[in-house]
Design a protein around this ligand. Structure first.
Ligand SMILES: [Zn+2]
Length: 91
């Protein structure tokens, strides 16, 4: 089993979780934006998990899990082991 895979967006190496084969790298994950290019930040709600997202520019809540990185459609979810996982959505 591979322990790394290539980031679907920038091709850099990503630690591979079997559950998240399309996970993007940390650098790409930090570039999440909405469909109009407004930057978002996804995070856990608290230490027990949960998922929340806010716009970086004004702190408004973003209530969807679909996001975009460099124009690629992605889905942000709660990582099974804590933190956030962002995966590219395959068409
Ligand atoms: Zn990347």
């Amino acid at each position: 089993m591979n322990e790394i895979h290539d980031c679907p967006i920038c091709s850099s190496e990503v630690k591979n979780w079997e559950r998240y084969p399309n996970q993007v790298c940390e650098r790409c994950q930090s570039k999440t934006a909405d469909a109009y290019g407004r930057r978002l930040r996804f995070s856990n709600i608290d230490l027990s998990g949960g998922l929340q997202a806010f716009y970086l520019d004004n702190g408004a809540q973003y209530s969807r899990q679909i996001c975009y990185i460099d124009g690629r459609k992605c889905f942000a979810g709660e990582h099974r082991f804590g933190g956030i996982v962002v995966e590219v959505v395959k068409n």
